[in-house]
Ligand binder design. Structure first.
Ligand SMILES: [Zn+2]
Ligand SMILES: [Zn+2]
Length: 269
């Protein structure tokens, strides 16, 4: 029995997340291999300043991006027919102007959808969902390239050395107890002290809870700053690095943590 079924969560959500993960996985294979956009020297300078490497932007092929955008739009048409009116609006109205603004935003690292939304009246959350997913394969490709510039053992911050996102997930090596933080956005992972809160640095009032019969999935919480961090205890370290899937599959833990009054790192920035 999965965590979902155990908590009585709707199968529909489970199906949706599974399809979303499969599409992500498929498009990751199809994304063009990104060339490094910065030199090793520049990367070292950024690391010294504690700045994420993708702060310089990353390459996005307009045609491939459009195809990915449409693939996620199709997924929503299939899985969420009740919002097809909103999807029609996006499909009809968001065209060339989106790509121009968006791609300009990416190269300056400030994607701003306000103009597009004001111009077209499309639903912000749905548009953001599609864009976030359509960009993901590009971010992964760029991150794969930049990871070789990073000394992961020395990083030690709560945010991702590649894309700057706060760690959204963690895993513990069952044998050694070593903890690694994971960026769900680009799948970069790096070691982090086990008994210290990544958000506030406190080593007091750290505890965790898990669900009955699901002890490998834990929620670590800090009662000092109210952060929670979903943590997977791994007997064997898996190399598939599909933490996007782990994150979605453990959505039940997010619900529990939020109910207890804790917040995710990405909301604490
Ligand atoms: Zn990242
Ligand atoms: Zn804390």
């Amino acid at each position: 029995m999965t965590l979902w079924q155990e908590l009585g969560l709707p199968d529909d959500m489970l199906n949706f997340n599974a399809k979303l993960c499969d599409l992500q996985q498929q498009l990751k294979q199809e994304a063009p291999r990104a060339k490094p956009i910065i030199s090793l020297k520049k990367a070292q300078a950024l690391m010294k300043e504690e700045k994420p490497l993708l702060a310089e932007g990353f390459e996005v092929d307009k045609e491939v991006f459009t195809r990915f955008f449409n693939a996620f739009l199709e997924l929503l048409y299939e899985m969420r027919p009740q919002i097809s009116g909103e999807l029609d609006k996006i499909s009809k109205q968001v065209g060339a102007s989106l790509w121009e603004n968006l791609l300009k935003g990416i190269s300056n690292n400030e994607t701003d959808l306000n103009d597009i939304i004001a111009e077209t009246g499309v639903n912000r959350d749905i548009l953001r969902f599609i864009i976030k997913n359509a960009l993901s394969p590009f971010i992964h490709s760029a991150a794969e390239n930049l990871n070789k510039y990073i000394d992961h053992d020395k990083w030690g911050k709560r945010f991702c050395p590649v894309c700057g996102e706060n760690a959204g997930f963690a895993y513990l090596e069952a044998k050694t107890g070593k903890r690694h933080l994971v960026c769900v956005r680009c799948s970069t992972r790096w070691p982090f002290q086990r008994l210290v809160c990544p958000n506030c640095g406190s080593n007091e009032r750290q505890r965790y809870f898990s669900l009955p019969n699901q002890s490998s999935y834990q929620v670590h919480v800090c009662d000092q700053c109210k952060l929670y961090l979903k943590t997977l205890v791994m007997e064997h370290i898996q190399e598939d690095r599909d933490f996007f899937r782990h994150d979605l599959e453990t959505f039940a833990l997010d619900l529990l943590a939020r109910k207890e009054g804790y917040l995710q790192a990405s909301h604490l920035a």
